[in-house]
Design a protein around this ligand. Structure first.
Ligand SMILES: [Zn+2]
Length: 293
C-alpha cells in the first residue's frame, strides 16, 4: 500500500491463541464463536501483525510480536505458533534486522513488545540492533508499577534492556515524529497505549493495536475483557472509526488472523467493514494493488 512518500507493509510475526471469552468481554460465545472459532481449550487464533513504513530514509516498524523468550509453559498456555518469524517476514521484503531504523511500540504487553529483546551470551539485547525505540512514558510507568490484573502481561525482560542499551525514547502524548505520521494515544485498553496514523497521497492507514484487535471488534460494544476501562475504549474506538470513515481511511488489524487491512463504514450508530484485504494477499502483494482510498 503506497501513501505518498510512504510504502506500508503488513509484517507477520507468528500467532498466539488467547481465551475467546477474554477477547470478547461481555459478548456471548454464540456470537463471537461464529467468526472466531475456539479450540478445545476455548482459545481463538490471533495474529501478531506488525506494520512496516518505508520512506523518508527510514524503515519504521510498529510492534514486534512476542519474540522467542517465552517459557515452554507459557508457550503451551498461549499455543504459540512461531511461523512466520519477524526476521523471515522482513527477509521476504529484502530487509535484515539491522535495516530497521525505528520501532514504535504501541504498548509493552508481551504479545506486542516481547520481540523487542533477545537473549545473547552477554545477556538480553535489543533484537533489532540499529533501531531506536519509542514508547509512551505513561505506558512505561504503568508497566513498572503494574496492577495485579495486568501484571502477567508486563514482563521486564521484554523492554528493560532497551533502556539499559540507551536506545529507548519516551513520548509524552500525541506526536508527529516523521512527515505524514501521527501518533495518537488511547487509554482504555491499558494506560499509555499509542496508535499510528500514516497519511499521504490522499490516503490514510491506522495501526490500531488493541483498540480494535480483530475485525469482529469493529462493533463498538465488542470490548475485550482484558481492557482496563471499557467505556474509554468504546469512546476512543467510535472517535477513531468516525475519523477513518470520513476520510475513507484503512485500518490495519494487528490480531486478526484472516484480515490484514479493512476499510470501515458507518452502520447506524455502529460501524462495520466496507472492504477487507486478506492477510495472505497483503503478504503476497505488500506494495499495494488493493486500491486503498
Ligand atoms: Zn495489549
Amino acid at each position: 500500500m503506497t501513501l505518498g512518500d510512504w510504502t506500508v507493509h503488513a509484517v507477520e510475526s507468528g500467532y498466539l491463541w488467547l481465551d475467546g471469552g477474554s477477547m470478547f468481554g461481555s459478548v456471548p460465545k454464540p456470537l463471537w464463536s461464529r467468526t472466531n472459532p475456539p479450540d478445545e481449550r476455548n482459545r481463538i487464533r490471533l495474529a501478531m501483525r506488525c506494520l512496516l513504513l518505508v520512506g523518508h530514509g527510514r524503515r519504521v516498524l510498529v510492534d514486534v510480536g512476542l519474540g522467542d523468550k517465552l517459557s515452554e509453559k507459557l508457550r503451551d498456555i498461549y499455543r504459540v505458533e512461531d511461523t512466520p518469524r519477524l526476521e523471515q517476514s522482513l527477509a521476504a521484503l529484502g530487509l535484515a534486522p539491522g535495516d530497521v531504523t525505528d520501532v514504535v511500540l504501541t504498548h509493552l504487553h508481551f504479545d506486542h513488545a516481547g520481540g523487542a529483546t533477545a537473549r545473547h551470551a552477554e545477556g538480553l539485547r535489543p533484537r533489532l540492533p540499529a533501531a531506536r525505540w519509542y514508547v509512551q512514558r505513561r505506558n512505561w510507568e504503568n508497566a513498572h508499577a503494574a496492577n495485579l490484573r495486568e501484571r502477567a502481561s508486563y514482563m521486564p525482560e521484554n523492554y528493560d534492556a532497551l533502556a539499559e542499551a540507551g536506545v529507548l525514547e519516551f513520548w509524552d502524548g500525541p506526536q508527529q515524529p516523521w512527515p505524514g505520521v501521527e501518533i495518537l494515544t488511547a487509554e482504555g485498553h491499558t494506560r499509555g497505549q499509542q496508535l499510528v496514523r500514516i497519511e499521504g497521497g490522499g490516503r490514510s492507514v491506522y495501526f490500531v493495536a488493541d483498540l480494535i484487535p480483530t475485525a469482529a471488534h469493529v462493533r463498538i460494544p465488542y470490548v475485550m475483557g482484558y481492557d482496563m476501562a471499557a467505556i474509554e475504549t468504546m469512546q476512543e474506538k467510535a472517535a477513531l472509526l468516525a475519523r477513518a470513515v470520513a476520510e475513507g481511511g484503512w485500518i490495519c488489524l494487528e490480531h486478526d488472523p484472516e484480515t490484514a487491512f479493512a476499510r470501515p463504514v458507518a452502520e447506524g450508530e455502529d460501524f462495520g467493514w466496507a472492504e477487507r484485504v486478506p492477510a495472505s494477499a497483503s503478504t503476497l502483494a505488500p506494495s499495494g494493488t488493493h486500491g486503498a482510498g
